[in-house]
Design a protein. Structure first.
Length: 154
């Protein structure tokens, strides 16, 4: 979890959300300076509180309380659990010629008049060599064949 308490009001909201409103007025935590001086103890308290809950649930609770918070997500969480990405249908599944069907990151934005989509799985090594050399770089098919014979495209 990443939780941001920008000021004493945020701290008060966090303490209340944790079910410990008395911490907001505790002299060890009542001001930014006091919280900084006691950040080790504060970190342990918040860690104990968050560790007994799902990260997404804590983030949602914090956000509803007006506190900036988010899950510090690894790839597994993003792929399997992130509700926002799931709701947006971000993940797509494409057939790859070497490894079968795999999950791929989708297009991160939706456009109202322009369709956006992932058209294909990631290419295999060398899949577009001929296209790049002839269509983009202007090589002739004969030049590409010579390069291939010389082993330059391996």
């Amino acid at each position: 979890m990443a939780i941001v308490c920008a000021d004493d009001l945020d701290w008060s909201r966090l303490a209340k959300a944790m079910g410990r409103p008395e911490l907001a007025s505790d002299p060890k935590f009542a001001s930014l300076e006091a919280r900084k001086a006691n950040e080790g103890e504060l970190g342990v308290m918040i860690g104990e509180w968050t560790s007994s809950q799902r990260a997404h649930d804590v983030a949602e609770l914090m956000q509803k309380a007006g506190i900036a918070a988010a899950v510090v997500a690894d790839n597994k969480y993003l792929a399997d659990e992130d509700p926002h990405l799931r709701e947006r249908n971000y993940w797509v599944y494409k057939e790859h010629p070497e490894v079968g069907t795999r999950q791929h990151a989708g297009v991160p934005w939706k456009m109202s008049r322009t369709p956006t989509e992932v058209r294909a799985a990631a290419p295999v090594i060398g899949q577009h060599t001929d296209e790049i050399l002839t269509q983009l770089l202007g090589y002739s098919l004969e030049q590409v064949a010579r390069l291939r014979e010389q082993g330059a495209l391996e």
